[in-house]
Write a protein that binds this ligand. Structure first.
Ligand SMILES: Cc1cc2nc3c(=O)[nH]c(=O)nc-3n(C[C@H](O)[C@H](O)[C@H](O)COP(=O)(O)OP(=O)(O)OC[C@H]3O[C@@H](n4cnc5c(N)ncnc54)[C@H](O)[C@@H]3O)c2cc1C
Length: 513
């Protein structure tokens, strides 16, 4: 990019944020609330990245997240800041029931010691191993290397329970297998609860005590509806409501269909070179983009001694979501079902199975017209790459009918439906390179990368979902933290060179400039 083009640039921004997914939006809102001049550049025609809600024949289908736990502090605080607290909705009570598809049956996940003893999901030996967990104190292994989540959990609750229960859960969250993830990198809170308290149950009890103490000390409740443990939340109208709220709050600071082709150090800081050739100047630059989009941008401007292998080598899951609006079907009461890895291993590989299916009309009342049902089935992208159009919808329906038959076989009191389910609406969403794999040592590699960037490329901030966790709550937290770091750096630089300084006081709740 020529210097002439740079001098043609619009006025200097304090910060440019590349990417208007949740991370970039949360980051920009925090920067704006701190009084900084911010511009968000988004390649596509809409903000939200993977988050969005589509409507088909009266059904609401989520392109990405469907729910977050009611304990998602950062989501609830963002909703309050954006004036959306009254749009937060709590899942129906039946959503606390979850199922696993195993041995051809749909079985409810145990939620108490008694139901654990009765469940057909585990052998007696596996149940005894789980029940003995509180009696065996966790001792850190001699090796410094981070264990896989499978190895870590197998030591606590045994391999069978780790693979069946946690293996299914991992597939639902990361679209990955339990042996592919690092215990500390992928589940940092669970890992530290266990290592600090000497075990999983001990850790959960300690956490419960902390929560009770905080409540007794008068810690304010989270904004939004009163909820109970195990509840899930979303927004009236789906997660699009949250994205629309950010869009409104950032009005004028958000530029859509503005892909960044290059970044470079420019006069007084950084510049983002657009695909159109235009160059935009800023003091600090935040890359809130996924790793595959981030690597080429950083690689062009990084000195050789900055090692970017961690970004380049990072693996991702591809996920295909198939949404169905249905008539003539009664879904089991509950959140949906997941398929444990060993159940899938027994299948004929020519018939791709689902990672899991959400009973979306059972979660929230506004997702499907009265008298109908809706589901979202998740497949590994590569498994269904060859299935196009109706064949993918048919595949999802076959998988659903298989699960419903499995439910009837373990619940003989449930009557068989008169006739087959009818698909009255459908939507297929294919995501490639979408969920980063938090493999063993991922956290350390990323910490080194971030430290290297701060040293060699001051003013450039990495914020994509390869750092800080993949959940919606993690993304809002990380975007906000990166904004705080950028604001602090700018005020420090301003303090030294006399340029305009950013206020460092954190924003008040509900404050949106
Ligand atoms: C199918 C699916 C279901 C999920 N379900 C849940 C759930 O139920 N609960 C939960 O907590 N989490 C869930 N997640 C995870 C969560 O939704 C994501 O981790 C999160 O939304 C990612 O946000 P992000 O902003 O980091 O990235 P993205 O959403 O990927 O946003 C990045 C943005 O950067 C833009 N961009 C990229 N390159 C450029 C460029 N060069 N110039 C300009 N813009 C660029 C992209 O267009 C995109 O808009 C789910 C994810 C998926 C895929």
């Amino acid at each position: 990019m020529s210097t002439e083009a740079a001098s043609d640039s619009r006025d200097m921004n304090d910060v440019i944020v590349v990417g208007a997914g949740l991370t970039g939006l949360a980051c920009a809102l925090e920067l704006q609330a701190r009084g900084l001049r911010v511009l968000v550049l988004e390649a596509t025609r809409r903000a939200g990245g993977v988050v969005g809600t589509g409507e088909r024949n009266g059904f609401l289908f989520e392109s990405g997240p469907n729910t977050v736990p009611a304990s998602a502090k950062h989501v609830r605080e963002a909703a309050e800041r954006l004036g959306l607290s009254d749009k937060l909705i709590t899942s129906n009570q039946e959503a606390k029931r979850r199922y696993l598809f195993k041995d051809g049956g749909l079985h409810e996940l145990p939620s108490s010691p008694m139901s654990l003893l009765r469940t057909p999901l585990l052998s007696t030996r596996a149940k005894l191993k789980i029940l003995s967990e509180p009696l065996r104190r966790f001792r850190s292994p001699a090796s410094e290397a981070e264990p896989t989540f499978e190895a870590f959990l197998s030591e606590r609750i045994g391999r069978e329970a780790a693979r069946t229960l946690a293996g299914a859960f991992v597939r639902g969250v990361y679209a990955a297998e339990i042996e592919e993830l690092g215990a500390r990198s992928a589940f940092p809170r669970m890992h530290s609860l266990c290592t600090e308290s000497g075990g999983l149950v001990r850790g959960m009890l300690a956490q419960g005590r902390r929560t009770r103490r905080a409540r007794d000390a008068g810690e304010p409740l989270l904004p939004g509806p009163r909820t109970s443990p195990g509840d899930l939340i979303s927004f009236q109208g789906g997660f699009r409501t949250l994205i629309d709220g950010y869009h409104r709050a950032l009005d004028g600071a958000l530029s859509l269909t503005t892909a960044v082709a290059e970044i470079d150090r420019g006069p007084g800081g950084w510049r983002a070179v657009l695909e159109s050739g235009e160059s935009l100047a800023c003091r600090d630059l935040v890359l809130a983009t996924p790793a595959p989009a981030t690597y080429p941008l950083v690689a062009l401007c990084a000195p050789e001694r900055l090692n970017l292998d961690a970004l380049l080598e990072l693996e991702h899951a591809a996920v295909t979501a198939v949404h169905l609006g249905l008539e003539n079907v009664t879904l089991p009461p509950g959140f949906g079902f997941l398929v444990p890895p060993d159940e899938e291993a027994r299948r004929d590989p020519r018939t791709p199975g689902v990672l899991g299916t959400l009973f979306t009309s059972r979660l929230f009342n506004d997702r499907a017209p009265s008298g109908t049902s809706s589901v979202t089935s998740m497949f590994r992208g590569g498994d269904v790459a060859d299935l196009v159009g109706d064949s993918l919808v048919d595949r999802a329906l076959i998988e659903l009918e298989r699960a419903l038959a499995g439910y009837r076989s373990s619940h003989p009191d449930v009557a068989a439906p008169a006739g087959a389910p009818r698909v009255v609406a459908s939507l297929v969403q294919r995501w490639t390179n979408v969920i980063p794999r938090y493999a063993p040592e991922h956290d350390r590699r990323m910490a080194q990368l971030v430290a290297g960037c701060a040293r060699h490329l001051p003013g450039l901030h990495l914020a994509g979902s390869y750092i800080g966790g993949v959940s919606v709550d993690d993304r809002i937290r990380t975007g906000t933290l990166v904004a705080s770091a950028a604001a602090q750096r700018l005020s420090h630089v301003a303090g030294r060179d006399g340029a305009s300084s950013a206020p460092t006081t954190p924003p008040k709740r509900g404050e949106v400039s």
